[in-house]
Write a protein that binds this ligand. Structure first.
Ligand SMILES: NC(=O)c1ccc[n+]([C@@H]2O[C@H](COP(=O)([O-])OP(=O)(O)OC[C@H]3O[C@@H](n4cnc5c(N)ncnc54)[C@H](O)[C@@H]3O)[C@@H](O)[C@H]2O)c1
Length: 318
């Protein structure tokens, strides 16, 4: 029988798959401190992983571990070099969350463009007419959006933007022009140039050494004053202090942020006091539908791995 550690629980539909399968037993681990994971993990053959960190110090103590199944698609919280060296399989819930994230981007673009939060407050505070006079709002129709990263989520966002009649530009040096033009979008080769003309920018890239602090003050200064910037990828891609400065100094119009450099956010993060940014708690995938898809996919990947039928598209090429 294979022993699976469920590191941070998720929707019950995933565990129901394990309950039905006699080849697996599992234990849910909610205390994700390094100390507890070092103590608990050594006996397990596989584990699931949400946002907590699996560093080398923890992994060195897991001699039986053969697979880590991420509940999600990002994997910057795992020591990849260690997995490579020890040939531990890492898989992700590849196609489970693109729709939810792409819809979250639309929700953020629309909320900021239409001044939803301010309008709501105006009505409640008895400022019915004053609110309308003082709140600047925009249409998406005819506006240029730059999608940075043309993977699962970037592609899924395209159809949503098209339905709003937006002009769609794509920056992704790893995807060829044909694939982009086939979806009716324009590939751009210079990120710096594309930043200058975009009305909306949505980030869909992994956090790597190349993308860390990609959005910094120098770049923000080149953007249009009406720019609305959306980040549902990873917090470290934006320098949060620079973004705070840019918003306060009206270098850009607004921002929608679902992901943060340090999560959960603390008072240290300047964005939580900034009224020009719309925040959400890394919740883009928290739709009922997506929670179920991710939970089932996370567990199915583990079952498929031990039954030697794991689909290649779920495996991260290390
Ligand atoms: N907010 C959330 O809850 C949430 C949910 C899912 C995914 N994410 C994050 O969203 C991001 C995208 O996810 P995905 O499933 O679309 O990933 P993906 O791997 O399918 O796509 C990423 C794309 O980024 C491109 N890319 C890599 N480096 C780049 C660079 N320097 N410049 C431009 N493009 C670059 C790759 O070529 C690839 O096409 C990841 O960071 C992931 O962690 C967040």
């Amino acid at each position: 029988m294979y022993k699976i550690a469920i590191i941070e629980n998720f929707h019950k539909s995933g565990l129901e798959l394990l309950n039905k399968n006699k080849n697996f037993s599992y234990e849910i681990i909610e205390d994700v401190s390094e100390e507890n994971l070092i103590k608990k993990l050594p006996n397990f053959d596989g584990c699931t992983l949400r946002v907590s960190k699996l560093n080398k110090k923890i992994l060195e103590n897991c001699p039986n571990l053969k697979i880590i199944s991420r509940h999600g698609v990002g994997y910057d919280n795992v020591d990849i070099e260690f997995l490579k060296e020890k040939k531990i399989t890492l898989c992700i819930t590849s196609n489970a969350n693109a729709i939810a994230v792409a819809e979250h981007v639309m929700y953020m673009m629309l909320s900021i463009s239409k001044g939803i939060i301010s309008h709501d407050q105006s009505v409640r505070n008895g400022l019915f007419k004053e609110g309308i006079a003082n709140i600047e709002t925009f249409e998406l129709d005819g506006k240029e959006i730059l999608i940075v990263g043309f993977g699962r989520i970037g592609k899924c966002l395209v159809s949503k933007c098209k339905s709003f009649n937006m002009i769609i530009k794509i920056f992704d040096p790893y995807v060829d022009e044909k694939e982009i033009s086939n979806l009716g979008c324009k590939k751009v080769d210079s990120l710096e140039e594309a930043f200058k003309t975009a009305d909306y920018i949505s980030l869909h890239i992994p956090l790597t050494k190349d993308t860390e602090n990609l959005i910094n003050l120098k770049i923000l200064k080149t953007m249009k004053k009406n720019l609305i910037l959306i980040n549902t990828s990873r917090g470290g891609v934006i320098n949060e202090h620079d973004l705070d400065y840019a918003l306060n100094n009206k270098l850009i119009f607004g921002a929608g942020i679902d992901v943060f450099k340090i999560e959960p956010v603390t008072d240290e993060n300047p964005l939580i006091k900034n009224k020009r940014v719309l925040l959400s708690p890394h919740s883009a995938t928290f739709t009922n539908e997506c929670k179920i898809r991710m939970a089932k996919n996370t567990i199915q990947n583990i079952i498929d791995f031990f039954e030697n039928k794991l689909d290649n598209s779920m495996i991260v090429k290390l």
